[in-house]
Design a protein around this ligand. Structure first.
Ligand SMILES: C=C(O[C@H]1C=CC=C(C(=O)O)[C@@H]1O)C(=O)O
Length: 371
């Protein structure tokens, strides 16, 4: 029953117990995973089963929620205010100048040959006393094509988001991932045009992924690059798939994360630059989250009728991880929204600032509509 569904989440939150509620892109089903105690479990080798919540910096541990109680509902009939009225934009002069300087530093390093691309970010603090569950309902209502989630652990914090980016899905040995980068505002144009900066920025991510997976997967395929909508924005996307040679999820995730869609190229140099130069801690923004080694039961019907059904049931493992973008963190009566963008030699600092402003609207609009 719909009422019970949200009431259960509410009481888990009141009891300060860990949980996640989420809906996958273009699906109806909202899933919840509850942990029965407040223990903090860390991930060790990716052979575990549970819901993973990993930070940007893989030198910090990823959190694993145990599947103590799992339930789902499709019939939620969520009604929230239709949002998307534009609101007057206040420019935070100090934030803007800090971000422009950071971007200029990044461009200077690229021009000096230190790296090819770096993703630079910032966070925006907003006052809000809106209950997180109400924010989550608005997310569900507004962003049907995104992975929408509300994640909570009393020892870690509370995060929400509506991300357009898959890190990877793995069903038995079949892997899919994507290269998502390049941004422009959505303007209801059937044939949006992309500039060279965006095309190159996205191609660089595709090349990185193909290279990272080289030797690890066979039968590698990539789709033609397409434009995809994410809320008020458009991005360029190429899907990449193949068969994993040796089932080693840890090695594949370590090869992919963080991709140049959220970090840079080369990985180590740009990660060091980000950690040193961004004057705040990204924590779980640009990390990843999702189902790890979930067991799915499949039954096959094309067998003789009079044989035991159970013989033809097989258990398969599936992992579905999303990159934590378009997200926010609730800290008492404050909300932090996290945004960033890919910087290349052709970046214009003013445009990069505007891109982060545009990206921040994905979450800002949710806060405004829910108040
Ligand atoms: C880093 C973010 O977006 C990434 C994903 C898509 C497009 C991006 C870009 O155009 O810069 C970023 O690589 C963010 O939303 O904070």
């Amino acid at each position: 029953m719909p009422l019970d569904f949200f009431q259960k989440i509410e009481s888990q939150l009141e009891n300060k117990l860990p949980f996640v509620a989420y809906r996958k892109p273009n699906e109806e089903m909202v899933n919840t995973i509850f942990q029965k105690d407040n223990q903090l479990h860390h991930l060790h080798d990716y052979t575990e089963t549970g819901f993973v919540f990993a930070p940007f910096d893989s030198d910090s541990p990823a959190v694993l929620l145990k599947l103590d109680e799992v339930f789902s509902s499709t019939d939620l009939s969520i009604v929230t205010k239709e949002i998307f009225q534009e609101h007057a934009e206040e420019v935070d002069v100090e934030q803007k100048s800090l971000h422009l300087n950071l971007v200029k530093k990044g461009i200077a390093e690229i021009k000096a040959g230190s790296f090819d691309k770096v993703v630079l970010s910032r966070n925006i603090e907003v006052d809000s006393e809106t209950p997180p569950l109400s924010l989550f309902k608005t997310l569900l209502h507004q962003y049907k094509r995104a992975f929408c989630y509300l994640w909570y652990h009393p020892k870690v914090g509370l995060w929400l988001g509506a991300t357009p980016e898959i890190l990877l899905t793995m069903q038995n040995r079949q892997l899919t991932t994507m290269s998502l980068a390049g941004t422009q505002n959505y303007a209801n144009d059937e044939n949006p045009q992309w500039g060279n900066k965006e095309l190159e920025e996205q191609q660089l991510v595709t090349r990185y992924i193909l290279n990272a997976l080289n030797g690890k997967i066979s039968n590698m395929k990539q789709t033609p690059t397409e434009t995809v909508q994410a809320g008020n924005l458009l991005h360029l996307r190429t899907k990449i798939s193949g068969n994993v040679r040796q089932e080693n999820l840890k090695a594949i995730i370590e090869a992919l994360h963080p991709t140049p869609a959220v970090c840079g190229m080369p990985k180590l140099e740009t990660k060091a630059f980000i950690l040193a130069e961004e004057k705040y801690n990204r924590q779980f923004y640009t990390g990843f989250l999702g189902e790890l080694n979930f067991k799915e039961e499949r039954s096959r019907n094309n067998r003789p009728r009079n044989t035991e059904n159970s013989v033809y049931r097989s258990i398969s493992k599936s992992t579905t991880l999303f990159v934590n973008l378009r997200c926010m963190q609730v800290i008492n009566d404050k909300i932090k929204i996290y945004v960033g963008g890919g910087i290349t030699k052709d970046s214009d600092p003013e445009k990069e600032w505007k891109e982060t402003v545009a990206k921040s609207k994905t979450m800002l609009k949710v806060i405004i509509a829910t108040e």
